[in-house]
Design a protein around this ligand. Structure first.
Ligand code: B12
Length: 218
């Protein structure tokens, strides 16, 4: 838990589903020189996890989840430029091509968007296909643009199996080895990544960039 009062205020603003308060808290945290990664990991994600818990407990319902989504998006707009700046390379060389998407049946995009933005800043050419993207479209796009990496996001236990289906489809088409497949999202962990035969996962966008760097340069 962050000691910074603005980061704590951000957590509260997300829990309250208040976009104005989350924007203000995120800006104040940046103005007081809090690392944007701390704002993301300990402000936005801590708030999101608490909202998730309350939803599971039956204390919150869909309207509260939607408001939390708005508060998260609003704060992310404020933090994104600083986060992205942190990852901007010094050269303009493209380090690799990435296809990123939230997998079919899932519309959560806040985490996926920040992963895409940070990979772009770090020098990758990212084709972000959006949300609820059918696995066939993701594979076709990856082939079309000659991607080295496929980044899949899923936040629902019901959408996560489509990650496995995508990998199985790559195998069936005999093209599994052409792509590094990374999976992520709140419910995804190392065990799941291993279980479905993915090449890796990461708990947050900063680690996602590190994993991509490591695997692409291996
Ligand atoms: C906001 C929210 C919503 C918003 C989403 C708005 C939007 N535009 O994205 C709305 C209201 C639309 C929504 C809808 C639903 N939601 Co919702 N939602 C959330 C909530 C509270 C926050 C998600 C979020 O944005 N987090 C903040 C971001 C920054 O974090 P993140 O997404 O995890 O991303 C980070 C990492 O995971 C990682 N990462 C993400 N993607 C990737 C990809 C790769 C390749 C890598 C390496 C890393 C990586 O990096 C990111 C940045 O650091 C979560 C709770 C939670 N703990 O996350 C529930 C949650 C995901 N939702 C849940 C549910 C149940 C639903 C609904 C089914 C509710 C309903 N009854 O309708 C619907 C499903 C809609 C659908 N078909 O997808 C459950 C899922 C439970 C489960 N295990 O299946 C959760 C976990 C809440 C809970 N605990 O019950 N939701």
């Amino acid at each position: 838990m962050s000691e910074n009062p603005y980061v704590q205020a951000l957590v509260e603003a997300v829990i309250d589903g208040d976009p104005e308060a989350s924007t203000e808290a995120a800006q104040s945290a940046l103005d007081s020189n809090v690392d944007p990664l701390e704002i993301l990991n300990e402000g936005l994600m801590t708030g999101a996890d608490e909202v998730g818990k309350r939803f599971e407990n039956g204390e919150y319902f869909l309207p509260e989840l939607m408001l939390a989504g708005r508060a998260l998006k609003a704060a992310m707009e404020v933090v994104k430029p600083s986060l992205v700046k942190k990852y901007e390379g010094t050269d303009n060389k493209v380090k690799g091509r990435v296809v990123s998407a939230t997998i079919q049946t899932d519309i959560h995009d806040i985490g996926k968007n920040i992963v895409s933005s940070m990979l772009t800043a770090a020098g990758y050419e990212v084709t972000d296909m959006g949300v609820d993207v059918p696995i066939k479209s993701i594979i076709d796009k990856a082939e079309e643009i000659g991607a080295q990496v496929i980044c899949l996001s899923a936040l629902l236990t019901t959408s996560m199996p489509f990650m496995k289906d995508l990998i199985e489809t790559l195998k069936a088409r005999g093209i599994r080895e052409k792509f590094i497949v990374l999976v992520g999202g709140a419910s995804v962990n190392e065990d799941w990544a291993k279980h479905i035969g993915a090449d890796g996962t990461a708990r947050n966008a900063a680690d996602a960039v590190k994993v991509v760097h490591t695997l692409v340069s291996a």
